[in-house]
Design a protein. Structure first.
Length: 574
């Protein structure tokens, strides 16, 4: 399997699984397997086909095209870490391990932690390397050592930058497991594990483990606590060779009991602190020695392997830092969003409930005094605020969930007439001039009439509120077919006070209202969402002291790409 992770665009943070042997269509249309809410993405923009273990991206004739690693492509084989750009959306392509990830308790069950005397580690050390050497090596891989190591690090430095870019959104367990897999491709260790520092307890706990060869029974990896603590205390990585032949390891808990031959242990040093250790070892395999005609074990771990291990451990530490930082940021943003939502809702509900309480008090007083006139006034006030609560809940539901428009060929002029009939009484009461200009040649439009009705009612109601206190209040509504015949628009124009430029960019955000306690702050966000679900949009122009113009646009063809929208001259009501 593979995975797409959106790192930029309206769907940022979303992840999509790509099963092998299947074709995944990508676009804005609801019929796609992978739906993007990007107005610059075509309805059917591209597809990804998984075949023979590879995934191939194909452009389906989109106007904006497809980019892989910033280069335009019509078709391309995707590799792990590739960045795919469709419209404003950027996605990272990566592989997904299909087997179930081991839990921490399962990993801990595969690790045997032993302790030796304090003097055993230094005396058996073959080579040490400083913990910050990893960053220097990755910065200049050509100066690391032998040619084979230079070649390894040249490739590693590319993955180094890629991991830094994507690690903040990858699952940490999967990332560490992938790095261990990389290590086993480069270093001939039999066992390997990464132990991370628990942020709460400060203890180092196994986070990922890997074995070169699987056995029939339960296999455990032996980790020397003494070596681990020495590496952390000295801030150095170590290579310990031929440990089994050293008489000083003959104590009861020595690694000789577990046939450990060589050990590489390096700290995982990030930018500012050490997050864990990478522990690798080899074991004495008698059968292998006999098969290869060896009388004594042959050293397989070298100083070059130690150098490579410290470089990869540094990369892993950076990935841990980025992942933890990202998770902290996401949690902080989530809590902030919850707090803002609760605060905004509390404000609106408090205002509504004040009206309910005031109306209830009037009804109670009227019942006591048997005053029918006062009772009717109080009950009307209760009903009015009850309707506000009802509208608020419906707006919240509309904004919070995905909605599939029920598309049918719609007479847009009739929808506009129906909405105008709803508000005409209010306009007449306030002596507001309603100027309705409907195009007689407007064709039927593929749209959901209920959704368009709700969105237009929100915007037209806002326009009436905007001119409520103006002299000669005026609101105009116009329908027309744009040049080229690909788009139809509804224009709502008011001669109200206009919207401040600093506020204009925020009016489509939830709970932002220019009407004070009279608005919920959800009408415009819901209206734009409804039009975007059709592949259209809501745009606004406004000048202080002159008024505002809202332009609602719908595509005439359901398969038409939204990128054709562009910047068009906005017609005025004449």
């Amino acid at each position: 399997m593979a995975r797409l992770i959106v790192i930029k665009g309206p769907d940022e943070g979303r992840q999509y699984e790509l099963p092998a042997g299947d074709s995944i269509s990508i676009g804005r249309d609801r019929n796609n397997r992978l739906v993007l809410h990007d107005t610059e993405v075509s309805r059917k923009h591209a597809e990804i086909v998984g075949l023979d273990g590879a995934f191939r991206l194909r452009d389906l004739g989109s106007a904006n095209g497809c980019l892989v690693n910033t280069k335009p492509v019509r078709e391309a084989v995707l590799l792990a870490g590739d960045h795919i750009t469709l419209g404003q959306t950027i996605m990272v392509f990566g592989s997904v391990r299909t087997e179930r990830a081991a839990s921490n308790s399962e990993i801990s069950g595969q690790i045997r932690l032993i302790t030796r005397k304090d003097d055993e580690v230094p005396s058996a050390i073959v080579k040490t390397v400083a913990e910050d050497e990893g960053s220097r090596i990755l910065a200049r891989p050509d100066q690391a050592g032998p040619q084979w190591l230079n070649d390894r690090l040249a490739s590693l430095s590319v993955m180094y930058e890629t991991t830094q870019a994507i690690s903040h959104i990858l699952d940490l367990d999967q990332l560490l497991d992938r790095i261990l897999e990389l290590i086993f491709n480069s270093i001939p260790a039999d066992h390997g594990c990464m132990m991370l520092k628990n942020q709460e307890t400060g203890e180092f706990e196994p986070q990922a483990v890997r074995f070169r060869e699987e056995t029939q029974g339960k296999q455990k990896m032996t980790v020397s606590r003494t070596i681990l603590e020495w590496v952390l205390d000295q801030r150095q990585g170590v290579l310990i060779s031929d440990a089994a032949s050293d008489a000083r390891f003959a104590s009861g808990n020595s690694i000789t009991r577990f046939s450990i031959s060589e050990v590489i242990c390096v700290p995982m040093k990030g930018r500012h602190e050490t997050h864990g250790v990478l522990f690798l070892d080899t074991v004495t395999n008698t059968k292998r020695m006999v098969a290869e005609g060896q009388a004594e074990p042959v050293a397989r771990l070298t100083e070059e392997h130690l150098t490579l291990a410290i470089a990869i451990a540094h990369q892993a530490a950076l990935a841990v830092e980025e992942t933890r930082y990202h998770n902290a940021m996401v949690q902080g943003e989530r809590m902030a969003a919850i707090g803002q939502t609760i605060a905004a809702l509390s404000h609106h509900i408090k205002n509504i409930m004040q009206g309910v309480v005031f109306g209830s008090d009037m009804v109670r007083s009227a019942m006591a005094d048997r005053d029918d006139n006062l009772m009717q006034k109080g009950w009307r006030l209760v009903e009015k605020n009850q309707a506000k609560i009802h509208d608020l809940v419906l707006d919240m539901l509309s904004f919070s969930k995905e909605r599939e428009p029920l598309i049918e060929m719609t007479d847009l002029n009739k929808v506009v007439d129906d909405v105008v009939d709803v508000v005409r009484g209010r306009a007449d009461d306030r002596k507001i001039t309603l100027d309705i200009r409907l195009s007689p040649s407007l064709p039927l439009v593929p749209a959901d009439p209920d959704g368009i009705h709700k969105a237009l009612l929100n915007i037209l109601s806002n326009a009436l509120d905007a001119v409520d206190d103006r002299e000669d209040p005026y609101v105009g509504v116009q329908t027309l077919l744009e040049e080229g015949g690909n788009w139809v628009r509804i224009v709502v124009l008011d001669h109200g006070p206009g919207i401040d430029p600093d506020t204009l960019n925020d009016i489509f955000k939830p709970f932002v209202s220019t009407k004070g306690s009279r608005g919920t702050g959800l009408g415009l966000p819901v209206s734009r969402k409804l039009f975007r679900e059709h592949g259209g949009d809501v745009q606004v122009e406004s000048k202080l002291g002159k008024g505002s113009k809202f332009i609602m646009r719908l595509p005439m063809k359901s398969h038409h790409a939204i990128e054709a929208m562009g910047t068009l001259e906005q017609p005025a009501l004449e």
